[in-house]
Design a protein around this ligand. Sequence first.
Ligand code: 5AD
Ligand code: SF4
Length: 447
Amino acid sequence: MDKVSNLQRKKYYIETWGCQMNEHDSEKMAGILENIGYIETSTPKEADLIIFNTCLVRENAELKVYGNLGHLKTLKNKKPDMLIAVCGCMMQKKEIRDLIKEKYNHVDIVFGTHNIHKLPELIANARQSSGMIIDVWEDSGDIIEGLPAKRKYGFKAFVNVMHGCNNFCTYCIVPYTRGREKSRLPEDILKEINELAAQGCKEVTLLGQNVNSYGKTLDKKVSFAQLLRMVNEVEGIERIRFTTSHPKDLSDELILAIKECDKICEHIHLPFQAGSNKILKAMNRKYTKEHYLNLIEKIKKAIPGIAITTDIIVGFPGETEEDFEETLDVVKKVRFDSAFTFLYSIRKGTPAAKMENQVPDDIKHKRFQRLLDTIYPISLEINQELKDKVVEVLVEEISKTDKTKVTGRTRTNKVVHFPGDKTLIGKLVKVKITNPKTWTLEGELIN
Ligand code: 5AD
Ligand code: SF4
């Protein structure tokens, strides 16, 4: 496209909330839009099409969407030809769609998590219609293959291996918004990864709500460990990551695959959510604290130096001081490299929302702070062991806070900042760690 025609092309702006699954869905929408001639803008004011890709996992993400949608009303009044679309997990809920219809009638298009491939048709319909176009599918049936994706980086990419979740943890809305578990065929996954490698991609992150149960829905059964071994053979790919794992399904076969496959990074994200067996049962997590601790021991023994990260929920209904101390106990015993910590958030439609013994907010907040005070010093101690060590870093971008530095990640998924310029972006380099901190590492390039 030359400059003049670029000026004539319509512009899109996508704002994404939530998990990597949503981020990757937005990459697919960007790919679809560019295929029909749109170009991206980072300024909503300039856009002809604004898309909000929403998340429903916790209340604060949901509230932000309403706030931001409200703000768009003024812009839409000034630019009536602009289209506003809202999609993602929130739109899978009828009550939310009704609220959008009632209170946010400046929205033009509403669609869900299962039909993003229909975006061009929805846009065409919206251009011809004065009313709101609403098209949300309850479940996707078959997985739609072959969608284009405009990935944020050329050298690393998300690849879906499965969609949906069958676990129904009692606090979680995801099984209701993403539908039942479905695995992609290994040949489709490998085709995508081979194409990525041919385009220069070095790192893939295999995505699924529960990657450890990959393959269960396929006619010809393939385990996640077998899939990883196949990906490990793809020439050009140098790093393999995957997320998220569920402790109930993490097999010895998988631990062995991580140990034996040179490209699989030494990092596992293994959410434990809570330490008390009573709370784990109420959460329907289907494992015990003892099982989790055993699993961690096995992983650490098989793969020395592996980084372990987790998700923890504070203040699930019925959580007593003793239950919470079990959570702290797991943190102290496992010694996580880092942890994502969440205050329990009531999600309407999930079993836990109806549980009577909800924990008061002030207690939740105090426990949350105690949890952070336990996690952070451990992260720092673990990182300090890296002082003066040389690590491999895949350079991602110019540092956001210091333009003389670049930022990248170790195989263990730690963020490293070091002096460098844009010629390093996308390269695997050796960096000596000079100043390890709690959340990031500082270093210098080794030639
Ligand atoms: N409240 C708080 N945290 C939640 N998560 C999922 N649902 C809720 C909820 N209702 C957290 C879990 C999950 C992560 C992605 O989000 O820890 O692993
Ligand atoms: Fe939600 Fe549990 Fe499924 Fe994860 S495994 S998406 S927490 S229901």
